[in-house]
Structure formats: C-alpha cells, structure tokens
Design a protein around this ligand. Structure first.
Ligand SMILES: C[S@@+](CC[C@H](N)C(=O)[O-])C[C@H]1O[C@@H](n2cnc3c(N)ncnc32)[C@H](O)[C@@H]1O
Length: 234
C-alpha cells in the first residue's frame, strides 16, 4: 500500500524539480520507502550473480542511487563501485556503508579506464537515459573483454509506481505521461517499446545474451556477455 503522505510529497517534488538529477537529489531521503517494486528483481540479480561469480570481482553499478542494489552486491562479497549523478543519493549510500566506492558522474561519460570492470549492473534506471546507445557504448568500453552486463528492469508502471491498463486507454495515458515529462524537463519513459529497443541494442553490442524471468508478469532481467570490441553504437 502506497504511503499517501509520501506520494503527495513526491508529487510536489516532481512538479518543481525540473531535472531528473534534482528530482532524485530531493527524493533521496524517502526513495527506498516509496520505490519497492524492483526489490524482487534486485534479489534475483544478486542471487544469479552470487551463483555465477566468485567473491571479489569488480562490479560497477550504474545509476546506483541510494544503493538498493549496490549494498546487496557488496554484502555478497563483490567489490562494488557505484555511479550516479545524484549527489544526495550517493551521500545516503555512503552513510549506509563505507565499503562501496561512490562516484558522481553521468552514465553517458563514465570516468573509468577501458576494461576496468568484470561486471556492470544497471537496475531500474534505463528508462532515464536520454540516449541509451551512448550509455551502452560506455558500458562496453569499461567492461573487460569477457565482461557481463546485467540490466533490469523496465518498469511497466508509470514512473515506476502507477499501473497502466492495457490497450488504447493505457497507450493514451503513457503518451500523456511522456508529454508531461517533457514539459517538466524529465527523462522518463514507460512505453512498451523501450524493452525491445534495448534488446536490439544489446544484441548488436554483445556476443550473446539471455533473459532471466524475474517477477510475476512478463518482467525479466537481461544478461549480456562479452562486448563486441570496437563497435560503434553512436
Ligand atoms: C529509479 S532510480 C534507481 C536507483 C537504483 N539503481 C535502485 O535500484 O534503487 C534511478 C537512478 O538513476 C539515476 N540516473 C538517472 N539518469 C542518470 C544519468 N544520466 N547518469 C547517472 N545517474 C542517472 C538517478 O539519479 C537515480 O538515482
């Protein structure tokens, strides 16, 4: 059950922040109280990674926010670096644990050398990237030659919170939401094409990929393996 008081606060912040980064800075104190749908996907991702990778491997968690995924990966024994452009979210993550390296940066310009990480993760943030091809290009660059990219999930709910009916009414709501987002200067997509478009990009950028069912509906995580070197995605 959504907390009405927090929901109203969220609405006020959404109406006045005028940028995705400022929005996440301002909601960081209660982000993890409101946005809980993705926790089951985080559990799936951490469980799969725990089974497949040895302790100590280097993981980059892109758009890590307050660290809902990063903290669990670190608890599992991985050496985690978190990147986000929201300073306040990173501050909260740092307050929760000191053993995760955090860096404030845009996902489109990752401040790391080539082949620096064994695994890159990105949870619930793909919908915010204005040009996801550029982010994917950066991910391929910072991953080792046989590195793995985990991405999940693509929220079927508006803003990650509100369910939308199927059919023409749902399409109209998503369209209207897109217009409001543009008006308020946010990057946030909820259209059904986002998932298939991302898969197409991943197919081009990686040697292979698989999908892992995660969640009650047709929700899944994408695991992509071995970036194709030198691929020009931009
Ligand atoms: C829905 S939250 C997800 C946070 C975290 N991954 C989780 O699972 O709880 C989206 C995050 O993406 C970050 N973000 C959005 N666009 C970004 C960008 N271009 N570069 C870096 N971070 C970005 C926001 O600041 C926010 O923390």
């Amino acid at each position: 059950m959504l907390n009405m008081r927090l929901l109203l606060k969220l609405g006020g912040i959404a109406a006045t922040s005028r940028s995705t980064r400022v929005f996440y800075d301002r909601i960081s104190p209660f982000y993890e109280l409101l946005f809980t749908d993705h926790l089951s996907h985080i559990r799936t991702m951490v469980a799969v990674m725990g089974e497949e990778f040895p302790h100590g491997i280097k993981v980059l968690d892109i758009a890590c926010g307050t660290g809902a995924l990063s903290r669990r990966l670190e608890e599992r024994g991985f050496c985690v670096t978190g990147v986000d452009f929201s300073f306040q979210s990173l501050r909260r993550l740092k307050q929760a644990t000191n053993s995760i390296r955090v860096i404030q940066a845009d996902a489109a310009t990752l401040p790391f050398g080539s082949a620096s990480f064994d695994v890159v993760t990105c949870m619930g943030a793909w919908r915010h990237f204005p040009v996801p091809e550029v982010v994917l290009h950066e991910i391929c660059r910072v991953l080792r030659r046989d590195g793995i990219f985990f991405v999940g999930y693509f929220p079927p709910k508006l803003g990650g919170l509100l369910s939308v009916p199927r059919g023409p009414l749902g399409e109209a709501i998503v369209f209207f939401y897109g217009c409001v987002m543009r008006l308020l200067k946010y990057n946030d997509r909820t259209d059904p094409e986002m998932e298939s478009q991302t898969l197409q990009m991943i197919e081009l950028a990686f040697t292979k990929y698989r999908r892992i069912q995660s969640g009650k509906e047709a929700e899944y995580l994408i695991v992509a393996d071995s970036p194709r070197l030198g691929l020009e995605l931009r």
